[in-house]
Ligand binder design. Structure first.
Ligand SMILES: *Cc1c(COP(=O)(O)O)cnc(C)c1O
Ligand code: SF4
Length: 391
């Protein structure tokens, strides 16, 4: 399927030519609620979009009741019907690897439950919190490291408390004026309708110590039609609002997703991207370099490259850390610095940058290397390293 960054929705008829599919009108295709209603949640519906393999069918069957599964028609339309290794398909269709046992796998490796202060507020860094507002997502990504929120393994984050009042959460934030930055996440916060979201966001805006509001949402990738002008206008009433999304592969950059990003940007909402390094999906330099440069073309700023966590049901997507280093080396210096995300490991003590350094200390000063492997020493008499060198 062609993807032309920056093109408009009208430039492409997005529905693949499959006789199994019922007719879909342009109006239906552009309506995010239609996609939510028509999500793929069983084998029969999946067969309308792709030719399922026996392994996929078995995985769908065995993961039922354990890991949630749903795919929007929009995201399903990006899948290759015949290739089970298609990067979209691997992110959206259950695989037998989800059910395998891996040593060290945990449901909550980053310790959200440990830092949870109220029903929704997780306070780990002094100046900022995440607020988990729902466990619903339009597509349940197979690699989701928030498995604790979107699965039924060992209970879930909210159990039955998702619908509770926000009063306690907002009060906690107001009573901790050191919190200047609130990140709405989940699940996907844009799963809520605009009115409900506005209640939450206006509640946050009424707290004077909250400087910035951030939204973590994969809707621009999984169902870009959700990012309507009305939604953007509402968000723009509560600036400064930032949004980070989650593109993992260049195939996800479509006219629809580019248009959603453009709507956010035109309403003054900067858009960043967090990519997860996934075995078999994006673990090669060429794919990652294309992803980052294509993101820049649609004016999305790469933010983090996450090393895949060893989360229950996700471990089969893990790569080695050396693989991450190889990818970072293939980005740094080869493309502009603002196209290079920070490579991080998420842990119970926070997100830790783990890219390899481009310098080391030597007796004369600093030994530097560049992206091509050329080296030079910067003498400590030119660039003092310690305060003693400087005097
Ligand atoms: C990721 C995260 C944040 C935000 O981190 P940034 O590095 O500021 O993007 C805040 N709180 C928690 C608990 C997080 O996991
Ligand atoms: S949209 Fe985000 S939170 Fe939801 S399943 Fe995908 S990765 Fe997880």
């Amino acid at each position: 399927m062609p993807h032309t960054p920056g093109a408009t929705e009208a430039d492409r008829h997005p529905v693949p030519d499959r006789p199994e599919l019922p007719e879909i009108t342009e109006t239906e295709w552009n309506d995010w609620r239609w996609h939510m209603r028509k999500r793929v949640t069983n084998v029969d519906k999946a067969r309308q979009w792709i030719n399922l393999t026996a392994d996929e069918e078995q995985a769908i069957d065995k993961s039922a009741g354990k890991y949630r599964w749903s795919v929007t028609p929009y995201y399903a339309s990006l899948m290759d019907p015949d290739d089970p290794t298609c990067p979209i398909r691997q992110q959206a269709v259950p695989a037998l690897g989800e059910l395998a046992e891996f040593s060290g796998a945990e449901v909550d490796p980053v310790g959200d439950m440990f830092y949870r202060k109220t029903n929704r507020v997780v306070h780990k860094y002094p100046d900022r919190v995440i607020m988990l507002i729902t466990e619903a997502c339009p597509v349940y990504c197979r690699h989701c490291t928030r498995k604790f929120h979107t699965t039924d393994v060992d209970g879930s984050y909210f159990r039955d408390n998702e619908g509770e009042s926000f009063e306690e959460d907002l009060r906690y934030i107001a009573e901790h004026p050191e919190i200047r930055d609130v990140l709405l996440t989940g699940g996907d916060p844009l799963s809520y309708r605009d009115g409900k979201l506005e209640e939450i966001i206006s509640g946050l805006r009424a707290i004077p110590s909250v400087e910035i509001i951030r939204i973590g949402s994969r809707f621009p990738v999984l169902l870009p039609q959700r990012v309507t002008d009305e939604l953007c206008e509402m968000l723009a009433r509560y600036h400064p609002v930032w949004l980070n999304t989650h593109f993992n592969h260049p195939k996800e950059i479509t006219p629809e997703s580019a248009a959603a990003v453009d709507r956010l940007l035109r309403h003054g909402i900067p858009v960043g991207n967090q990519t997860v390094l996934l075995r078999g999906v994006n673990d090669d330099v060429t794919t990652m370099r294309t992803l980052m440069t294509e993101l820049l073309r649609i004016r999305v700023r790469p933010y983090y490259l996450y090393h895949c966590d060893n989360v229950t049901g996700v471990s089969h997507f893990m790569t080695s850390i050396e693989k991450g280093w190889e990818i970072m080396e293939g980005l740094q210096g080869h493309i502009t610095g603002f196209g290079v995300p920070q490579y991080v490991l998420t842990t119970k003590i926070g997100k830790i940058p783990i890219a390899q350094p481009y310098f080391s200390r030597v007796p004369e000063g600093l030994l530097l290397r560049n992206y091509r492997g050329q080296e030079m020493v910067v003498d400590a008499s030119v660039h003092p390293i310690t305060e003693a060198d400087a005097t």
